[in-house]
Each structure stands twice: as C-alpha cells, then as structure tokens.
Design a protein around this ligand. Structure first.
Ligand code: HEC
Length: 183
C-alpha cells in the first residue's frame, strides 16, 4: 500500500541496451551449444528380437506393446520428434537404455518370469510404469484401471505358462515381425 519506494522500472531496458553485445554473446553461445548438442551421436538402434515371453494371449502382448515396449523391448519407436532433438533425445535414450537393462521383453528367458512377476505387478498397480513423462507424450499408453487389471492378469497367466521363446525370428521367419498364432 505504501509508496515510499518507487521501483526503478526504467532501468531494465536501458540495462539490456547498454549490455547488448554481452546479451548477444550469451544468446549466441546458447545457440551454439544447442547446435553442437545436435551433433552428439546416439545409438538409436533396435537389436534383433531374440525371445519373448510365452504370451497367454495377443491382447496381453498388445497392451504391453503399447505401454511398455518402447523402453522394455528391442522394438523401440524412435520416430517421435523429441527423440531426434537434443536435449530431449538424451532423456529418451537414457530411458530406453535403463529400461532395457532392467527388463527386456525381447530378450526373455524363463528365469525372468519368477524374478520379474512381482515387480511388474507392483509398478503397474502403483501407476509407476509407464512413467509419466512417457504417458504425457503417448496418451494411448496411459492405462485405465481396467487395462491395468487386464495387463496384470495377463502377465500372471503369461508367467504361469513358463517356457519363453514365443518369437525366435531367426528360426522360422526372419522378417522381424512376431507371429501371434502359435500356442
Ligand atoms: C518411457 C520408458 C518406459 C516405459 C514406457 C516403461 N518403463 Fe519400466 N522402466 C523404465 C526405466 C527407465 C526403468 C529403470 C529405472 C526406474 O526404475 O525408474 C524401468 C524399470 C522398470 C521395472 C523394474 C522395477 C523398478 O521399479 O526399477 C519394471 C518391473 C518395469 N519398468 C516395468 C514396466 C512395465 C510393466 C511397463 C509397461 C506397463 C513399463 N515398465 C513401461 C522405463 C520405462
């Protein structure tokens, strides 16, 4: 309420003007950093699919593919624009590296079912996975309560199946797609 201290509003533009060469240098520096950042190479490749869990149904696999595969399989979709532009692409890349090393549905082995089943149910139940930064950009990966339940039940049945290696592309067909028709 009291107006004892007049704010010196006029100072700001004159500061920018007086220091415009420094300002330009800073902006130029940022632009340069941005450009150089784009040149840093990243390995955005998909290794071959070796073995998938013995899915109980195509629906379970489909849900997992939509919600989990971009980070937990060798079938990552690298095409979104933010996966191509630094610094966002570093974050995407790190998610995929870390995600694959924790859990990779394309390099499945029987032992992983026992190891992973509890954790998978937990992260789905608690909404930790898929992570929020991902569902913000992929609204279709945001699981409803019903889909969460479906996916968790599907995993339970899948893990009970034992025997991994539904898809061993090099054995029957090496075109990289995953045939759903086996049982
Ligand atoms: C945007 C990438 C991304 C997606 C999509 C994603 N995850 Fe993850 N996930 C990660 C990363 C990164 C980690 C390792 C770091 C961490 O735990 O946060 C991880 C870790 C995990 C772990 C290990 C346990 C833990 O908390 O460390 C499990 C289990 C898991 N994810 C399951 C899933 C399932 C199931 C889905 C699909 C419903 C899914 N994730 C979707 C990135 C992802």
């Amino acid at each position: 309420m009291s107006q004892q201290m007049p704010v010196e509003v006029e100072k700001r533009p004159s500061f920018l003007l007086r220091h415009r060469s420094k300002v330009l240098m800073v902006v130029g520096g940022l632009v340069l950093i941005f450009v150089v950042m784009q040149l840093i190479p990243l390995d955005q490749t998909n290794p071959p699919v070796k073995a998938e869990p013995n899915w109980d149904s195509p629906q379970t696999r489909e849900l997992a593919a939509v919600a989990c595969f971009d980070c937990h399989s060798n079938e990552t979709d690298w095409s979104p624009w933010y996966a191509k532009i630094a610094p966002a692409k570093f974050l995407v890349w790190r998610d995929v590296e870390e995600g694959r090393s924790e859990l990779n549905f394309s390099e499945w082995s029987d032992g992983m079912s026992a190891e992973m089943s509890g954790e998978i149910a937990e992260v789905i139940q608690e909404g930790e996975m898929p992570p929020m930064q991902y569902t913000l950009m992929h609204s279709n990966a945001k699981l409803s309560d019903e889909e969460k339940q479906q996916l968790m039940d599907g995993f339970v049945r899948t893990f009970a199946n034992g025997q991994s290696t539904t898809a061993v592309p090099n054995q029957e067909d090496d075109d990289g797609d995953n045939d759903e028709d086996e049982d």
